[in-house]
Design a binder for this molecule. Structure first.
Ligand code: NAG
Ligand code: NAG
Ligand code: NAG
Ligand code: NAG
Ligand code: NAG
Length: 337
């Protein structure tokens, strides 16, 4: 869901602030293998992270989200969220070019080296289906290689293939953290597209046996319940071959959950119920899952797709959430930022 609903706030603050988590470690990852993805508010946020760091990120998976940076362009804001068929892509590109000229995001010319996977269920009742048409058009106009899956009659959510968890494909499955059984493994199709079409596909029932590592997100952001909306805790999935001390160089992906699906609300569903962990384990991909927080004005724990954490900063390297993710990315790579 895009918009907040009421949650038991006091309990949640007590829960998240009372715990300590170890620092995020560096890993032996290929710095030319960085890809990202996100769904719904996390998909819009993924475009923000992609445009901000396009010199480093080689692929982006945008699931059921709006084109960049539509919340920033006054005359396009309502189009993006409600009437996407009215969107004028030229206005979005001009706004992005202006941010790039100011050095607030990486040069748009990087997009001609990017692979972009776009997914949207045709029966999405939350984010208008045609918003993904805008995502496709904009990336194509910037020269990206786009692979779009826009022909599944699915409700709003992440499509999976026989993992025994998702709700009925065509429906709105809030009770299943928006995971839909569609006979389609989007995590695999996307990562396989990014990494050269030769990844091992998980068999039905495969159980990945790498590690989930909880880490302290607070050092990358400030836990500010009004503005930042990031949890004290993030987590990552580390395949056996990528754990500390191995000489194997792994790939690196970052995945952003949608609203109502952060770790507090959905546990590790975003890793284990979506095929992400399975594809990661079989193909040596470390996956970072940054986590939003539930706050007074963001009770569904959405990522900031609409300027809550400052305009125009929210969509750029200066954004409080975007820069926090940039610093996590650097830590994994063993760089200082
Ligand atoms: C989009 O906006 C630009 C100016 O910002 C205008 O020149 C162009 O005609 C518009 N395109 C459409 C299809 O309305
Ligand atoms: C991408 O754009 C840059 C800058 O315009 C150019 O130098 C480069 O050749 C382009 N690469 C591709 C693959 O088109
Ligand atoms: C489309 O979604 C609505 C709302 O979840 C649902 O009632 C309807 O059955 C769905 N249609 C199909 C064809 O699945
Ligand atoms: C794909 O992987 C198989 C098995 O590892 C290998 O034999 C083959 O050469 C690879 N193909 C490509 C196009 O990389
Ligand atoms: C990784 O290995 C280094 C050196 O052996 C050690 O200092 C560090 O604590 C290890 N990290 C984890 C997460 O095990």
């Amino acid at each position: 869901m895009w918009y907040p609903k009421i949650a038991p706030l006091l309990f949640i603050f007590a829960h998240v602030q009372g715990q300590q988590f170890p620092p995020l470690q560096s890993y032996n990852v290929d710095p030319t293998s960085i890809t990202i993805s996100g769904i719904s508010s996390g998909g819009a946020f993924a475009t923000q992270v992609h445009f901000s760091y396009s010199s480093q990120i080689i692929g982006a998976g945008i699931f059921e989200a709006a084109a960049y940076p539509c919340a920033l362009v006054e005359e396009e804001f309502l189009n993006c969220l409600g009437t996407p068929y009215k969107t004028n892509i030229s206005n979005l590109i001009r706004a992005a070019a202006s941010l790039a000229d100011q050095g607030l995001i990486d040069p748009l010319t990087n997009m001609n080296d990017s692979k972009v996977y776009v997914y949207h269920g045709m029966n999405d009742s939350v984010v208008p289906f045609l918003s993904s048409g805008n995502v496709v058009d904009m990336y194509k106009r910037l020269g990206a290689e786009v692979h779009a899956q826009l022909s599944i009659n699915a409700g709003h959510g992440q499509p999976v293939d026989g993992n025994g968890f998702g709700g009925p494909c065509g429906e709105h499955n809030a009770d299943y953290f928006y995971i839909n059984e569609c006979g389609y493994n989007a995590a695999y199709e996307m990562l396989n597209f990014f990494y050269g079409e030769n990844l091992t596909r998980p068999e039905k029932g495969y159980q990945p046996d790498g590690l989930i590592v909880d880490f302290n997100q607070l050092e990358f952001s400030v836990y500010d319940p009004i503005v930042i909306s990031m949890s004290p805790k993030g987590y990552l999935y580390v395949p056996k071959n990528c754990q500390n001390g191995t000489t194997k160089m792994c790939r690196f992906h970052i995945a952003f959950h949608g609203c109502n699906s952060n770790e507090f609300l959905g546990g590790y569903a975003a890793a284990y119920k979506t095929h992400y962990a399975e594809v990661a384990e079989l193909n040596d991909i470390i996956i970072l899952f940054p986590q939003s927080a539930i706050t007074v004005i963001n009770t569904a724990g959405c990522w900031d797709f609409a300027g809550l954490s400052g305009v125009p900063d929210y969509a750029t390297k200066r954004g409080k959430q975007v820069s926090a993710v940039g610093r996590m990315m650097s830590r994994i790579l063993g760089e200082n930022r």
